[in-house]
Design a protein around this ligand. Structure first.
Ligand SMILES: [Zn+2]
Ligand SMILES: [Zn+2]
Length: 268
């Protein structure tokens, strides 16, 4: 499994300044080609990175905030060969499709009609396609329909992605056993923010989840000063004993099931 970090910024200010890109994650493994959380720039930076968005087989969206869903519609257009072939899957939270009391739908009815199948998932919900299993995980966030994802690939690799969520007791237990846990860690140590995760929270999640390795991403402005993401990852690794890195735009992470090799190379 390879994970391409097309964007590692998050929150309003990192997004509107593009201090870090906000294009989401691409997961590749054999024939598997998934895009998770296509924020602003997902289409552009996919193409720039040489990852043809027309080859995406599924678009996964955790909630209806722009830094996660903004490019969802154009990614669906690409996935369906320009709205011509009824193919691919859209897997997302209810708010993304139908809105709720605080969010409007993020993918239009027109675009919802394009993929081969749509899965609306709430916490605990599962969907399987082409040998890929996706499970939605509880997330506490101010879009109340937000979910995290656990993804199990046909080759046996697995990953967890917390999305935006504030810590609650037992959150990490939901991700137990994944090979790679990707944490949306908006804030550094000592800087909590309601509805979001700080590095202190990431430590708590990792101590419960015990993944084989962890990546911090989705950094807000306060995190993006003085090489803080790298220092924070060192702290997390030292504290939890779990190999941890902070993602950077263009980072490519290879996760091998057996040998658990780590290979970091830049592709921009
Ligand atoms: Zn976010
Ligand atoms: Zn959000």
């Amino acid at each position: 499994m390879e994970v391409f970090f097309l964007g590692t910024g998050g929150g309003r200010f990192a997004t509107i300044t593009q201090k870090r890109k906000t294009a989401g994650l691409r997961i590749l493994s054999g024939r598997v080609n998934l895009h998770i959380d296509p924020g602003p720039g997902a289409l552009v930076y996919s193409i720039q990175a040489g990852l043809d968005p027309r080859k995406v087989r599924a678009v996964l969206i955790t909630h209806a905030h722009p830094d996660h869903c903004n490019d969802g519609e154009v990614m669906v257009e690409a996935m369906t060969g320009g709205a011509i072939k009824k193919q691919g899957y859209l897997v997302c939270a209810k708010s993304v499709l139908r809105g709720n009391e605080v969010c409007d739908p993020a993918v239009s009815r027109y675009h919802q009609g394009l993929p081969r199948e749509i899965a609306e998932l709430s916490s605990g919900g599962r969907f399987e396609f082409e040998g890929v299993k996706v499970q939605a995980v509880k997330a506490v966030h101010y879009d109340p329909d937000t979910v995290g994802f656990k993804v199990f690939l046909p080759g046996g690799e697995s990953l967890g992605y917390t999305s935006d969520a504030e810590y609650f007791e037992g959150m990490g237990a939901e991700y137990q056993g994944v090979d790679l846990l990707i944490l949306c860690t908006m804030r550094p140590r000592g800087s909590p923010l309601k509805w979001h995760m700080s590095v202190d929270d990431a430590v708590k999640v990792l101590e419960e989840a015990h993944p084989k390795q962890a990546v911090l991403t989705h950094f807000g402005m306060r995190m993006l000063t003085e090489n803080m993401p790298e220092l924070e990852a060192e702290y997390v690794e030292k504290t939890t004993g779990i190999p941890t890195v902070s993602a950077y735009d263009g980072m490519r992470l290879k996760v091998e099931r057996e040998k658990e090799k780590r290979d970091l190379t830049s592709f921009f």
